[in-house]
Structures are given as C-alpha cells and as structure tokens.
Design a protein around this ligand. Structure first.
Ligand SMILES: Nc1ncnc2c1ncn2[C@@H]1O[C@H](COP(=O)(O)OP(=O)(O)OP(=O)(O)O)[C@@H](O)[C@H]1O
Length: 831
C-alpha cells in the first residue's frame, strides 16, 4: 500500500515532467522553475490530480500467484525502459496492471501512467454518462408523457424504500404520485351497454344492434358541456393555480397536443387539398363472411341508418361510414415481426423473484375525491356531449396530425417496452420521406377490414414500402359528432396515448385525414378470445390456458387501474391474441378515467383479511392449482407427495412465515376503488349488479367482469345468461352463482370466481386491495407474474395463421383493400 503511494508520488512527478514540461529537462532557468511551480499548482487543483489521488487510494495487494504470472511480463517490460525496474515501487506499480484488467497497458511505456489513463478514461466516460443521464432526466421531466411511466416506477421504488412509520399514510406518496390525471368521476346519464347478438353475426359491423338507451343531452347540458370542454381543452394550459400535479400533467399533455396539432397544421398546408372520395359501397364478388359465433354487442344509440344499411347489403360501415374500394395490392413480402423473446428457460426461474416483487405491489382503497359537481362535469365531458370532440376536430380536421414517435423526444414514442420495435423506425422513415413531414392514410395500403366497432372501423394496413403491418382504427368525426360519440373516441384516444404495457395496445401514430380520425395501432393476427374459444374442444378453454389468459388480463387491468382507468368492458371479444400468442386488451371507448391516489400501506394498516379468504382454499391444504378433487382437498394435499405430520407442520410453518413476511412489506395502494360513476355501460352478460341497480360503480366492476370472464373461458358460457337481455340483467342481480357439473374445473378456480362474483361490490374479491389480492389467490399459485410475458402461451389452432398463411400480402389473393391515392384524391372503398 505504502509503496503504491510512493509510486504514485513519483509517477506524479514523472507525469508532470512529461506532460507539462518535457522541456524542463533541457534547462533549469528560474522563470521555467516558476512556470513549473505554477503548473504544479494548477495540477493540484485539477481533475487529473483527483484521479491520481483516487488511483493512489486503491488498495492493491496482488496475490503471489499473480506476481509469478506477471514476472515474465515484468522482465519484458524491464527491458522496455531503463527506469522501469530500477525501484521496487515501480515494480509494484507494474503489478497493478493485470489487476485492473487493462491489457491495453501491458508493455506500455509507463504502466502506472497507462493505468491512470485507463482510470481517467473510466472516470471521464462515467462522468459523461452521468451528465447525459442528467440531461435526459431533465428533458424527461420537462416532457409530460414521461411522467406516467416514471410515476409508476417511482411508486414501485418507493414502496421498497419507505419503510418507516414516518412514511405511513399517503402524505409523501400522494405528492409524488399526484401526477396521475385527476379527472373527476361523475354520475352520468349515458347508457352504453353491449349485448351479445342472439343471431349469428357477420364480420364487420353488421352484427351490431344498437338499442338506444343513451340520453341525449339537453341544451342546458350542452352549455355545461361547453364550459367543461372549455375548461378541459382551453383553460387548463393556462390555469396555473392548480395545485395538483396531475392537473399539471393534463395541462402539459393537452398543450403539447395542441402545439403539435398547430405545428402540423402549418406543415400540412398542402394536405388540405387532399380529399377522400367516398365511394358508394357496392357488393362485389366477395361474399360476406359469416361468423357463426355470437357477439356481445354494446347498446348504444338507435341507428335507423344502420338498420337501413343492414337491409341494403350491409356494405357501408354502420359506424364510421367509411366506404372502401377493392383494388389490387402490392405483392409485398409478408411482414417481419420482432416478437418478444419467449423463453422457456426464463419461465423456470424461481418464483421467489416475482413473488417478492409482485407481493409488494398491493393495490387498494383510496381517497378519491368524487364530489358530485366536479364529477358531473367530467362525466359529461366524457360521454354526453360532442363539444369536446368538436374542439378536437376543429383543431385537427384540417390537417394531419403528427405521429406519436415524432411527438416525443424518443423514437419509440416514449413507450419503453416497445422501444426495439422496428415499426417505430418504419413510421419515422416514412414520415421523413413524406412531403409534409406527417403521416396520413395515403401512406398505408388497407389490406383487410378487421372489424367494426361502435365508434369506428378497424383495418389491417401495411405501411407502404416497409412490410410493417398495423391495425388502423378509422373514425368519422362527423358521424361521431352527430351521434354524440366524440367524447368516447376522445377518451379512447387519450387512453391509448398513455399506455405502455405488454398486454395493452401500442399506439404508433394518430392523424386526421379529411375528417377521418385514424389511430395506428399494433396489429393482432390471432383474432379475439371469443372466436378462439369457439375453436376449442367443448367450446371452452382447458384450465391452464384460461389461467394463462386471465393472468395476463389481470396484469393489464392492474396497470390500467394504476393509471386511474377503470376498463368497464371486459369480455372475450375485447381480448385479442397477438402473433406470439400473448394477449392484448383493446377497446377503451367505455373506459372511465378517474382519480387514483396511490398510497403506501404499512403492514399494520393492511393485515390479511381472513373474511376474504373464506372460500374452500382457505381451509384446504392443497396447493395444486388444477386440483379437481375439491372435497378431498379440504383434508389432504392432492398431487403432492404424502408428508409426515412433522413435515406437514414444517411446510405449513414455512407457508405461514412466507405469507406473513409478504404482509410485512409495505403495500402500494393504487386502486381507484372509490371512483364512482352512474353510467350504464358494459355488456349485458358482463354487467355488474351495481351498474344494473344504478347504485354507482367503481373499479370493482372490473373484478366482477374478470370473474365472468374466467367463468366463460372455463365453462363456455356466462354465469347469468337469460333467455333475453332483461332476464340476463335480472339474473345478474337476483340469481345466485351456480357451476355446471361439466367440464371439471378446479375448486381453486371456482373459489376465485365465487369471490369475484359477489353481488355487493364492497365484499367482492379485489375491491379492497385490487389486483394484488387476486394475484395471491391459490388459483394463480406458482405463476411467475414477473415473467409471464416470456412464458409459452397456449397453443393456437392452425387456422390462426389465417393472415400469414394463404391470405398474406405476398399471395395472389385479391380480397384485400387498398387505400389509393389518385392525384389529390384519396379513394377507398369496401371490398
Ligand atoms: N389491433 C387490432 N388487431 C387486430 N384486430 C383488431 C385490432 N383492434 C381491433 N380489431 C378488430 O376490430 C374489431 C373492431 O374493433 P373496435 O375496437 O373498434 O371495436 P369493438 O371492440 O367491436 O367495439 P366497440 O368499440 O364498439 O366496443 C374488433 O372486434 C377486433 O376484432
């Protein structure tokens, strides 16, 4: 150690002599002396000096063996220069080289100098790295889009760092997490309920039946709405008096959007001359493809026009009125995808990791401000007026909007989980090539109509010249405004922009062309779970498959709730299957945005609730998720090796202590459990009792629908279905839950369903602690939550290669659409 320091002292001298005054060896005039002293003084205050000191302070005691190994090198290096081996100190310095693992310095002129140089390089690169990170975090802080992900990350971090009693309660965390959009949840008069058609439906929108239950807003409501819209879209950015960071976030987001739109408007001036030529739809040689499956449809506004269209050939999209023209398509190569890494080995990693990390994320009861007044305003803005949508279209309909990747400083549109996706680059590339610098429908070949929803039609589209496929949701702004559905479209758009999760859609771009609002999303070639279920043996999923799908859904719902989004429309039709077999939850037009104040609960404030563990699993020793021997499992552990009573005691003790240690962890509560809405929204068979009773509902409706979903996936039907919709609704409220004898379903699954389908929302499983409560249910025992995205999904039937098989763009099939630009006119028509 001492010798090291001495070496460094000498090195310092040597380097000073070399660096600062190679000339000094030539003469020793007094002026040069003072110059040298000056340089020494400078050196002592410099970074180099710091580095040298740092270097000196490294305690290096090379092992003897290493000495022997390096001795030959020392001999070699000794011959490299006379001064190198003249002192033991220099030898000591030379011995450090291999320890620092810098082969570059071996045999160099001065080992210690080289060593220091390496250290300096490291320091400098570290420093520049830190500076870059600082810059990035500064800019990120300035970017409103970053905050959602960051907020959640900080919440996750917080729970592990804040353990002291001083941190108990919401105080600090509320501040930190108040970046959540605070939109008040309000009772609403809107009714939008889906129903499952009793008739076989056709692909597209013609299966839709709209049973109008929507209350049209009065002129007074219009006034209120105008005020609300003004508040939301105009006054927010200038309202500096808002205390809430969430409001700030909203402001920033809105103002950014507006700025963007304005910018694009200017840039897109030539685009204004482009028009969509809407061709009258006509039947072609393509017979309408009947899907012999029932669809759950939303009840919306009575559409007389739609009914007429249904009678006259059903070729015009009943929702957005897009008419499309069938033309030939480019014979491009099938798209190349970059699916997520799917690794079996990863899934075999110990569950402890995920259990520890996931157990810490406990979701729960919130203080959510939900005063009626403010609430009303928000609900209006979301669901009963078109002025918000009008505002939106006013600002965008004249021009195309920028795509998301350009609106963000990150090329991936600030969606880290998809940052490696080539589609971001493809969009960026096309945008750069484009004359106006913006993306539009003209850049896509529309290949196929994927489906028609309440507010728009979804097409499979290829970004021209990129081999990249997208799903584009096209919505007619005029139609939406006329049908008072603009707020729903707006809500969906806003929510899509927020999302960054493997089981939720990625929004790549959005733009408006000739009053058509377009959302460019990730395409899921696997169809939806409703159709997939029909293809299963017995029309229901095997339990492991159901477990896999609902587990992914649970994670998606957890994420949404943390963002203050109550999904409200869970059903198999809205669960799409990606190419890799994982799922994607779509369709957010009925979702409710509300306040959520994530709170950190300490162990004392969140003891395990035995009442909620009242199902059979609580008294059972069985830990096998797919055990079907319900009765015997009350007594003995099935499928497990028989254990002696001693071993059983040990095992139970282990289970108890691990579960109690989980409960000792602070729990992050981020469930909007107290949000309230009176909207009548959802799908008949999936409607929660509190919605039907009109009592007002909150996040617990998602756990009800989650229970119905699991039931349907396992049994092939929903639990309360009646012979008509009224009967179904009555059953939901009055009938008790029954399980069919077949197929055989594990008692854990039934127990979970039982807990979820509790009629009183306050007693419902998940209503208090949200997803974390559900994740701990034995039905999911052994599931590695953290790595489920890497787990192998259930196998898909062969027919699921539909598009990539015979119908791929590279084939000779002519059943695709093309969005065709003719001069300044953009034509597309239904095929
Ligand atoms: N990203 C996607 N990839 C593949 N298909 C999609 C995608 N998004 C939507 N679809 C298909 O398009 C159909 C229409 O979707 P959309 O979300 O507009 O409506 P919906 O779910 O039927 O209705 P609503 O908005 O009325 O609830 C869906 O049923 C689905 O089959």
């Amino acid at each position: 150690m001492g010798s090291c320091e001495i070496v460094e002292e000498k090195d310092e001298e040597v380097r000073l002599a070399k660096v600062h005054s190679g000339r000094s060896s030539l003469g020793r005039s007094s002026s040069k002396d003072s110059e040298r002293k000056q340089q020494q003084r400078e050196y002592h205050g410099s970074l180099e000096y710091d580095i040298d000191k740092l270097f000196q302070s490294i305690p290096v005691k090379p092992p003897t063996r290493r000495l022997q190994l390096t001795s030959s090198f020392l001999e070699t290096s000794a011959s490299a220069g006379p001064s190198r081996t003249t002192s033991p100190s220099k030898r000591s310095a030379a011995m450090k080289k291999p320890l620092l693992g810098s082969p570059r310095v071996l045999g160099g002129l001065s080992d210690s100098l080289s060593l220091k140089q390496a250290l300096r390089d490291r320091c400098i690169s570290k420093a520049s790295e830190m500076a870059a990170q600082k810059r990035l975090s500064k800019s990120a802080a300035a970017s409103p889009r970053v905050s959602e992900a960051d907020r959640i990350k900080s919440l996750y971090n917080h729970q592990s760092t804040r353990l002291g009693p001083a941190d108990k309660g919401k105080g600090t965390l509320v501040d930190e997490t108040s970046l959540t959009p605070v939109n008040k949840d309000i009772p609403s008069t809107s009714r939008s309920v889906s129903q499952r058609s009793e008739e076989p439906s056709t692909q597209g929108g013609d299966y839709e039946t709209e049973l109008d239950e929507k209350v049209v807003s009065t002129s007074a409501e219009d006034d209120v709405q105008e005020e609300v819209d003004k508040h939301v879209t105009t006054s927010l950015p200038s309202d500096s008096s808002k205390k809430d960071n969430a409001a700030e976030l909203e402001k920033k987001t809105l103002s950014t959007t507006l700025e963007l739109e304005q910018t694009v408007k200017v840039n897109d001036a030539p685009e204004k001359s482009k028009r969509v030529t809407r061709m009258i739809p006509r039947p072609k040689n393509h017979p309408k493809k009947k899907i012999l499956v029932k669809k759950k449809l939303k009840i919306g506004i009575v559409s007389t026009k739609k009914e007429e269209e249904e009678e006259t050939g059903k070729l015009l999209c009943q929702r957005c009125h897009c008419s499309l023209k069938s033309t030939s398509i480019n014979n491009n190569q099938p798209p190349s995808y970059t699916p997520e890494v799917c690794s079996d080995s990863l899934s075999s990693v110990s569950n402890n990791v995920s259990q520890t990390s996931e157990a810490e994320i406990v979701i729960t009861k919130q203080n959510v401000s939900s005063s009626n007044d403010s609430g009303n305003k928000f609900e209006f803005s979301l669901s009963s007026k078109d002025s918000l949508g009008d505002d939106y279209s006013r600002s965008t309909s004249m021009s195309e909007e920028s795509n998301l990747s350009s609106s963000s400083r990150f090329s991936c549109g600030n969606k880290p989980h998809m940052s490696m996706d080539v589609r971001w680059e493809a969009i960026k590339h096309v945008k750069v090539q484009s004359s106006g610098g913006s993306l539009g429908l003209r850049h896509f070949n529309l290949l196929k109509k994927l489906g028609c929803g309440d507010i728009g039609t979804v097409y499979l589209a290829e970004l021209i010249g990129t081999n990249c496929l997208f799903a584009i949701k096209v919505m007619d702004n005029e139609f939406l405004a006329r049908r008072k559905k603009s707020p729903r479209a707006q809500a969906e758009r806003e929510i899509l922009k927020m999302l960054d999760h493997p089981f939720l859609p990625t929004l790549y771009a959005q733009f408006t062309s000739d009053n058509l609002s377009c959302l460019v999303m990730e395409y899921c070639p696997g169809g939806d779970l409703h159709v997939l279920r029909q293809k299963q043996l017995g029309r229901c999923f095997p339990e492991p498959a159901a477990r896999f799908y609902v587990a992914e859904i649970l994670l998606a719902l957890e994420y949404l709730h943390m963002l203050g989004i109550i999904y409200r429309d869970l059903k198999p039709e809205n669960i799409l299957v990606r190419e890799d077999g994982h799922i994607m939850l779509t369709d957010f037009d009925l979702s409710l945005r509300c306040a959520v104040n994530p709170t950190l609960l300490t162990s004392s404030s969140s003891p395990p609730d035995p009442a909620r563990m009242s199902g059979p699993y609580n008294t059972s020793n069985c830990i096998q998720p797919f055990c079907v021997n319900e009765r015997s499992c009350h007594q003995v552990s099935c499928f497990s090796p028989r254990l002696s009573s001693n071993q059983q005691q040990q095992q139970q003790h282990l289970k108890r202590s691990s579960s109690s240690s989980l409960h000792l962890l602070p729990q992050l509560v981020a469930e909007p459990t107290e949000a309230r809405s009176n909207s009548f929204v959802g799908t008949h068979e999936y409607l929660a009792p509190e919605i039907i009773r009109g009592e007002g509902h909150g996040a617990a409706v998602d756990w009800w629908t989650f229970g119905v979903l699991l039931y349907e996936l396992l049994y092939g039907k929903t639990p309360f279905k009646g012979y008509n919709n009224d009967q179904t609704l009555a059953n939901v409220v009055l009938e008790s839950l029954k399980f069919p004898d077949t197929p055989l379903v594990s008692f854990q699954a039934k127990d979970l369903i039982r807990g979820l389908l509790v009629k009183e929302p306050e007693n419902r499983f998940g209503s208090e602690k949200g997803s974390a409560e559900i994740k701990r249910h034995p039905f999911f025992e052994g599931l590695n939550w953290a790595l489920i995205r890497c787990a192998t999904p259930p196998e898909l039937p062969d027919c699921y290669n539909d598009y990539f098989g015979q119908g791929s763009p590279g084939g000779n099939d002519d059943r695709y659409l093309e969005c065709k630009a003719i001069g300044d006119h953009l034509e597309f028509e239904l095929f």
